[in-house]
Design a protein around this ligand. Sequence first.
Ligand SMILES: [Zn+2]
Length: 366
Amino acid sequence: MCLTMLDFTSPASPIEIKRIHQLFLESLNQDRICYTPHCPYTAINSHVVQKKRVLSQIASNGKFRELRWPDGTLPHRFSSAGINKTDVLSFPGFCGNEGNDCDRKIFSPIEPTKPNETIDFLSYSNQILFSYRATICELHKMDSWISTYHKIISDNTFSKPTRRYYKQHALPEFKKNRRSTLYLKRILESEMKQPSVPNRFTFHVASLPFIEVVGSGVFGAATSLEFIDSKKSTGAAFIHAIPENNFTTLIIGYDNGVKEIEGIPIKSLDKALSDKKMLATVIFTIFIKRIETWGISEKFYQELHATGLDEEILQLIEFYLPVARKSQPFFFDVLGLLEDRKKALLNTDGQDARESFISLVRNEPH
Ligand SMILES: [Zn+2]
């Protein structure tokens, strides 16, 4: 779920929004206690997908393009980011070897270290691990927003209407969402303890060559993550796009009881994902509307950029920020659009450019 702009009706002035974003960035980078229950150690920064085996595969010269919101007043961008930097697609979730080594102990099955080891994407326990990490990443973001809201409320250099709005609307809303996400965390933890028990979640796996996209997130398949009754479906869904060995593997999962994902009925999901174009469409549609933690390779970015599709994706991300718009049906056929644009470029601009180039060369005095 994309939570950054739940407060799009905030009365904050542009200057205040900039300050709020700054406070949020400070909260994001604050030390955190490990999210493992009862573990007292400080969390280290870890990547939402493995750096060594996954991010490094799509990087050119150690860099790729991460979706970023550089400033509270500026729109989202695909920023060039070095994968060796700890802040790229990463968050402080679990402790390292100076504590209980939770990060390594929990996630080692999806972070193979030996060269000939591969990740088993079809394993239910691994699918749960990817989803658990995405859920903790979301929880960490919520905690950062909640601490930001507390700072705004107690800082009287913010205007009265702004402080009132965050106290009466934003804070209660985020606290409610946090409770729901904590609840999802507990369900996932119980799945991790007893993987042989009838599975509460269902996952679909498909792979796609050519498109180098990476990301991982949790979102509310129906409306938002609001649930308390353990017998009911939480409505939570997960998406993980993991490039490895020249393929991008997509894992889509959901709490049983979810009826559709972005308008695709669950019973048609396998069929939709078996089609290369539709698979790319599903990935980009969900990433654009619902997920903040993702990026693309420099190579794929350049293709999108040459056809103007990078700007369109960014505009769509801005458009779909308000929660109320997320339920509007929308499909982003990235491969179809890319093909059409390439053809159009060759037939018109490309042709014109070549012709004018030829006539220029011919008419050039020797
Ligand atoms: Zn720990």
